[in-house]
Design a protein around this ligand. Structure first.
Ligand code: ZN
Length: 135
């Protein structure tokens, strides 16, 4: 048997624990229970989360809206860093939505628009950083 106090093994005929002196008797094997958490279904949760129609629709519309917003100042070369940032964010959102079962016209059109805007902004930034000598 085992000591109820310290968990050391006690001889069956002993009345006290040799280690800590606790009276033996109503002792059982110490319950060394490690907290065993059930495996977290992270992948499933994440998939369900991304597959929820509301979520996909929301990020699609936000991504599409970002494309529209950046279109308003994509023609201003000096705004290129902002253009790039906004459209890159919109592109990520649209791609996330496209990766779900609930892809829609906003995520598709937004993705295409944001790809084009990111491309334009990249050229603008390249020109700003390293102006062609002919200008
Ligand atoms: Zn003991």
């Amino acid at each position: 048997m085992f000591c109820a106090n310290c968990g050391k093994e006690i001889a069956e005929d002993s009345k006290f624990c040799k280690e800590c002196g606790t009276p033996a008797g109503s002792t059982a094997a110490p319950v060394v229970s490690l907290p065993i958490a059930p495996p977290a279904p992270q992948v499933k949760v994440r998939k369900d989360f991304l597959d929820s129609p509301g979520w996909a629709k929301a990020i699609s519309i936000i991504g599409f809206a970002l494309a529209l917003v950046t279109l308003s100042f994509v023609w201003i070369n000096e705004m290129a860093p902002f253009t790039y940032g906004f459209s890159a964010l919109g592109l990520i959102l649209c791609i996330l939505a496209m990766a779900t079962r609930n892809r829609n016209v906003f995520s598709l059109v937004g993705m295409i628009m944001n790809i084009c805007i990111v491309f334009i902004a990249s050229i603008q930034i390249a020109v700003l950083v390293n102006p062609p000598s002919i200008w």
